[in-house]
Every structure is written in C-alpha cells, then in structure tokens.
Unconditional design. Structure first.
Length: 101
C-alpha cells in the first residue's frame, strides 16, 4: 500500500471535514483503488463503515486489492479508458440486478 505523509494528512482532513449529508454509511465506488491515494481512501472508508466497491484495470490488480482490502464488497475489473469495457460491465451488473428482483 502506497503511503506518504501528504496523502495521510489529506485523508485526515477529509475525514474530519467531509461527511455524508445524512450521516449514514454509503456505498462508494473508488477508481484507482489498487494503489496510492485511491487504496488509502478505500481503506479509510471501509474503516468508517462504508460499503466500498473497488476498481481494477486487470485481474492481477483485482487480486492484489482483494488481498490488501478484504472488506471490499466487490472489485470491478475493466479499463475505464475503454468505453466498451465500461459499458459491458454496466450491462452485466444491470442484468444481474434485474434477475435478483
């Protein structure tokens, strides 16, 4: 996990000053969550009771973030620079949601 004092200070500031309007835990998608500030943000939100969905560009990064952050609800795999991958994943999730209702 990537960690610098600057990132840590920023996360403390966010935690102290930015809160959900209703104070309830949220379901949050963090892009860039496999390393650096994104991974720190995901860990921070998990510790505060939020449901976190991570994003990874490939299966190896997904495995790494699942290992590093075992409390994740889900890890979405796809390169967000490629719209076709993003659309395919969105359709897949939508179809799963509809079939479970």
């Amino acid at each position: 996990m990537y960690n610098t004092q600057e990132v840590a200070d920023e996360l403390v500031y966010i935690g102290e000053n930015v809160q959900p309007l209703d104070g309830e835990p949220k379901r949050v998608l963090i892009t860039g969550s496999t390393a650096g500030a994104g991974q720190l943000a995901a860990a921070y939100l998990l510790k505060r009771g939020h449901t976190v969905v991570a994003h990874a560009r490939n299966a190896q990064r997904a495995a790494d973030v699942r290992r590093d952050l075992p409390g994740l609800e889900e890890v979405i795999i796809g390169d967000l620079r490629h719209l076709d991958q993003t659309r395919a994943h969105s359709l897949s999730r939508s179809m799963r949601s509809e079939s479970s209702t």
